[in-house]
Design a protein around this ligand. Sequence first.
Ligand SMILES: [Zn+2]
Length: 200
Amino acid sequence: MKKRKSRALTALAVLVVLAAIAAAAMKLGLFERKNTVRDEPVPDWVDVQLIDIDGASRRGVKLEEINDIVVHYVGNPGTTAQQNRNYFNNPDSEVSSHFVIGLDGEVIQCVPLDEKSSATSERNRDTISIEVCHPDESGKFNDSTYRSLVRLTAWLCDTYGLSADHVIRHYDTCGKECPLYFVRHEDAWEQFKADVDSAM
Ligand SMILES: [Zn+2]
């Protein structure tokens, strides 16, 4: 009887110690995902052309978190990455994205990675946005554009410790048909995420 009691006390003591360790770890934030917001130098295949801080398209406000990467299509067939970036930089523009990918696979960065872009309404606070150019109304990306999109998305996932599950469409945040081709072709969207996953 006595032995059983001391065994119970030992077990209780072990539990108390474990609880104390867990509480200390929680306090140190070891169980929580660290907030990953930080600017990062982009690879040399990214052309950095930051837009001016001049209002709604870029306010210079810091991201609160980086939880997802959001893919968009520009919705303006045949336009180039440079044209879209210049449009964002127009003082009257109220939109922007962190990156634009062009028809030749070129990648332009428009907003620093620790700042909010103006692409995804209420999710601007915790996402990195990529606008993608397309040759026609179908919204389908050509091969060069697609390859750059996979490469850039995989780099962002690696850099900010996100899995391919954290790559989402604008559509997933609000039901808008953007990016059009990936909304209408769920199989192509799943394939894209699989391609990102294997490029990481
Ligand atoms: Zn969009």
